[in-house]
Design a protein around this ligand. Structure first.
Ligand code: CUA
Length: 167
């Protein structure tokens, strides 16, 4: 079979691109741990408190076993509710030791928000009516900013918090 030179070039380019994109996809999925959050559970966005995980007293960070944590968060315009600290002030920063496994569970009371812990593989879309879950291992020490990466209104840029991973 005779192939024109340009046809060969184009075929090599096409197959090369495919291979390259598969490598990038594999790197993101298996090395960086990027994958979609679970979205199998539904919830009434008008009454998120009816769900055990989102009762006001259950919000925020909780250690469930040695080195295992759960963080429950309710997102709303324009705030992440991590519960209250001992002084009755809203929690804006959570701290976990390096190497711990953290399950983030988050839902929205109003519109679609984002929940990205910049610099880690935690990046979820938060939809009203659904519980978004993602479990991750905090491998690196540092302060990571939580940002809302879905435009949710006029004060979208005010939605942030901090996750600190300490040695
Ligand atoms: Cu919430 Cu943007």
């Amino acid at each position: 079979m005779h192939l024109h030179k340009f046809e060969k070039v184009w075929l090599i380019f096409g197959m090369g691109s495919l291979a390259l994109f598969l490598v990038i996809l594999g790197f993101a999925a298996f090395w960086k741990g990027t994958h979609p959050q679970s979205h199998i559970e539904t919830i009434d966005p008008e009454n998120v408190e009816a769900h055990d995980s989102f009762k006001p007293e259950n919000l925020g960070l909780r250690e469930v076993a040695d080195g295992k944590y759960i963080v429950n968060i309710v997102a709303s315009a324009f705030n992440y509710d991590f519960g209250m600290d001992a002084d009755g002030k809203p929690v804006k920063k959570i701290r976990v030791p390096k190497g711990s496994t953290v399950l983030f569970q988050i839902t929205s009371k109003d519109v679609v928000h984002g929940f990205q812990v910049a610099g880690t593989n935690v990046n979820m879309m938060v939809e009203p009516g659904h519980v978004s879950r993602l479990e991750t291992e905090m491998k690196n020490v540092g302060e990571f900013t939580v940002v809302c990466n879905e435009y949710c209104g006029i004060a979208h840029h005010q939605m942030f918090a901090t996750v600190e991973v300490y040695e």
